[in-house]
Write a protein that binds this ligand. Structure first.
Ligand code: ADP
Ligand code: MG
Length: 325
């Protein structure tokens, strides 16, 4: 079988599936896909890449990689307030591993189906390192999108879910954090199977003044938001939401670096003027995802950390691929 036939059967076998959204005029199979966005909506486009050895290690199950690759992209859409619609997938593979591809596509499609997001195309190439890229396209009614800019001094800062489990999972895997296998598995749920806050993003888009998703660490990501908004922020670190298992493995409370610098949280952070804070209870109960107030926007640029009323210093060590030396 020549290479292009092999490629085609691989796409057919693992990525071409019956059933797609009615707004997909042309899906996989031609030189490009054709989609029909509704006239009243804007299209939001986000791309994220995951590279073996950088974003996941050899021990990460293929099904989890399929889930997470799409989840991190849907998390970006959520932060814009968009509803997922279409997705394309580019794979660079060192070799064709059928077992891996089957598990990867299972994880990918379970999440895609959950959000009615249709795979409309992609690419498959051979290359030295397993490299996976997704581009998602989402819909948001004109003018209703959320941006990083837009927050004002006085706005309250909120996050969804809880923070730090993924960072703790990484530390536990390195042997730096004593915990049981059961605890490690619970921490790893957050690292391997993050749940993009898609519904919360759409629910808060008419109320929030700004939003960002937390992927590289709270301190750095909030830093992007305050810079884009032209103001600063105060974080009350004792308010940061933590999971039950995080209290089991780290019972003491404190302004922990893993809470403010740990990446891979994939929670939403957004700001709201004080007078609309009451809608959040309803949104949290409808979406089943808790929302916690963790601080307030301020006039002075930069992010300041407080713990139980005292100023604390933790340097921003959020993840960056190319650090200036
Ligand atoms: P071309 O050479 O014209 O770029 P390809 O042979 O790469 O076409 O792809 C054939 C079709 O399969 C295209 O519609 C493309 O979008 C789709 N496709 C390729 N790889 C993937 C993939 N990993 N997932 C989904 N669709 C894919
Ligand atoms: Mg191609």
């Amino acid at each position: 079988m020549d290479v292009s036939r092999r490629e085609f059967s691989l796409i057919e076998r693992y990525f071409q599936r019956p059933g797609q959204r009615s707004d997909v005029a042309l899906g996989i199979g031609d030189d490009g896909a054709i989609v029909r966005p509704p006239a009243d909506s804007s299209v939001v486009v986000c791309t994220d890449t995951m590279v073996a050895g950088v974003h996941f290690d050899d021990a990460t199950p293929a099904k989890a990689i399929g889930h997470k690759l799409l989840a991190v992209n849907l998390s970006d859409l959520a932060a814009m307030g968009a509803e997922p619609a279409w997705v394309s997938l580019a794979l660079t593979l060192p070799e064709v591993d059928d077992e891996w591809l089957a598990a990867f596509s299972e994880g990918f499609f379970a999440l895609a189906d959950h959000y009615r997001c249709t795979l409309i195309g992609g690419d498959v190439t051979r290359g030295p390192a397993l490299t996976l890229t997704v581009t998602v396209h989402g819909l948001v009614p004109h003018g209703q999108r959320m941006l990083r800019s837009g927050a004002s001094p006085g706005d309250y800062i909120y996050v969804t879910g809880d923070l730090g489990d993924a960072a703790l999972a990484l530390q536990a895997q390195l042997g730096n954090l004593p915990c049981t296998d059961a605890q490690l598995n619970r921490l790893r749920l957050k690292l391997h199977l993050p749940e993009p806050r898609v519904l919360t993003g759409q629910a808060v888009r008419n109320h929030a003044t700004s939003a960002i998703d937390l992927s590289d660490g709270l301190l750095g990501d909030l830093g992007h938001l305050v810079a884009a908004s032209g103001c600063g922020a105060r974080l009350d670190t004792e308010l940061l939401p933590r999971s039950a298992v995080s209290y089991e493995v780290e019972p003491a409370t404190g302004p922990w670096p893993w809470l403010v610098n740990g990446g891979d949280d994939y929670e939403l952070l957004f700001t709201l003027p004080e007078n609309r804070g009451s809608v959040l209870g309803t949104i949290a109960s409808l979406s089943g995802v808790p929302i916690t107030c963790i601080g307030q926007m301020e006039r002075t640029p930069g992010v300041r950390l407080w713990h139980d009323g005292e100023s604390v210093t933790i340097t921003d060590e959020s993840y960056t691929h190319f650090r200036e030396s």
